[in-house]
Design a protein around this ligand. Structure first.
Ligand code: PLP
Length: 407
């Protein structure tokens, strides 16, 4: 008899977006004359940069000519893209990452989920709260948690991100093996300093642990003091994997291209206590299970690193950062403490009380949709997430309405 993976039954159905949709619909039915502005969105709104579109067209034409047509590409990605990434994203910041340590993929989401299959089922996992839910659910699916009770899965070590620690979690008190960190953070927008990341790298080295560092929002960092990559931190090559994406810097959410860095120095241990190369294991995994990202998409991603592409992605991310500034200042007028928005497209407001009650209040009185913090974990209670991914017109109108309604 074929049996299912029983761990799936532990998963909590995410009612968050269904619930948001239901409340939105009820408001629309009750107030057909009012337009709703959705500031809960995590997807980008601005179109692909011209440099990327031009590269995509040119590559599509190459594919239409027998002389330049390409079939299967290298599973790890084309060298032209890996070399551009190594140079622009890492060498330019004195981070030691070679092109052969970069694996091109079709998303940071699937990479973050797939990577954990390299590690033993009894790996002790530490996950921030609040969190991008993929890290948690994929470990539950893999059988690394117990059941769900009082808002948390048993056997997962939660790293609380709270106002008290500035939303940068403290080191765990018990030993853990695999640590998820995401900076700039989704949902809080907080960014760890060099000293804070150094303490995590030191912890990982002392405890033979690995850090999965998600830097999908790196392009939003504006403070020159903040590290962009974990490989700017001493010792990180021995203990960290980094995830990056073209989704939020160049609008590739629908185009799909990302990459994962696994340094050759990174080791994990087998049951005999022998060291194994995680780089070699991931290379083996990808060449067995993945046939690479399409050539035109990799050409479009490489165009991000041309002078025109760099100027365009700066304009793109500046646009969202300016949206974030407008949101932050308007909410400040209302007296809500905030993190994020300065080096991140997400803003995390401390509203106090029940986060669903605040959601309802904002919808009812301003026609504005946000995300209640509890949707990201128990530490999200008393908070809401607002995203800067929207048109300027919508952001200004939403803030005008919010100030009028809540002042
Ligand atoms: N990592 C974080 C923290 C995210 O918020 C998201 C998307 O919202 C992703 C990864 C997904 O990136 P990609 O589009 O490359 O799959």
């Amino acid at each position: 008899m074929i049996r299912v993976n029983q761990h799936y039954s532990k998963l909590q159905n995410s009612y968050l977006f269904l619930d948001i949709g239901r409340r939105k619909k009820a408001f629309e039915d009750a107030h057909p004359e009012k337009t709703i502005i959705n500031l809960g969105v995590g997807d980008v709104t601005e179109p692909l940069p011209k440099a990327c579109r031009d590269a995509l067209h040119a590559a599509a034409d190459e594919m239409g000519d027998r002389a330049t047509f390409r079939g299967y590409g290298p599973e790890q990605g084309y060298p032209f893209l890996r070399e551009a990434i190594a140079h622009h994203d890492f060498h330019s910041r004195d981070a030691d990452v070679g092109p052969d340590e970069i694996f091109i993929s079709d998303g940071a989401k699937c990479d973050s989920a797939n990577l954990q299959e390299l590690f033993a089922v009894n790996t002790r996992v530490a996950i921030p709260d609040p969190v991008y839910p993929v890290y948690l659910d994929t470990n539950v699916m893999a059988g690394r948690s117990g059941g769900f009770a009082e808002g948390r899965y048993k056997d997962i070590v939660y790293l609380d991100s709270t106002p008290e620690n500035g939303y940068i979690p403290h080191l765990p008190e018990e030993p853990v093996d695999l640590i998820y960190l995401c900076f700039p953070n989704n949902p809080t927008g907080a960014v760890a300093t060099t000293a804070q990341l150094q303490s995590w790298v030191d912890y990982a080295r002392e405890n033979c642990a690995i850090i999965l560092f998600d830097a999908a929002y790196e392009a939003y960092i504006r403070n020159p003091e903040l590290p962009h990559s974990i490989y700017e931190i001493e010792g990180a090559r021995e203990v960290a994997i980094e995830l990056r994406s073209f989704s939020k810097n160049a609008g590739f959410t629908g185009t799909r291209c990302a990459f994962t860095v696994i340094p050759r120095d990174l080791q994990a241990w087998d049951r005999d206590g022998d060291k194994q190369s995680v780089h070699a294991m991931w290379g083996r995994r990808q060449s067995t299970k993945f046939n690479g990202v399409s050539y035109p998409i990799q050409r479009a991603a490489a165009a991000v690193y041309t002078p025109e592409g760099q100027a365009e992605i700066r304009t793109l991310t500046d646009f969202y950062i300016e949206n974030a500034r407008i949101i932050r200042e308007s909410m400040r007028e209302l007296g809500f403490p905030c993190t994020g928005g300065d080096n991140s497209p997400f803003l995390w407001f401390r509203t106090g009380g029940d986060s669903w009650a605040f959601f309802d209040r904002l919808l009812e009185h301003a026609g504005v949709v946000c995300i209640p913090g509890t949707g990201f974990g128990t530490c999200g209670e008393g908070h809401i997430r607002i995203g800067a991914f929207n048109s300027r017109e919508n952001i200004e109108l939403a803030m005008e309405r919010t100030i009028k309604a809540l002042k």
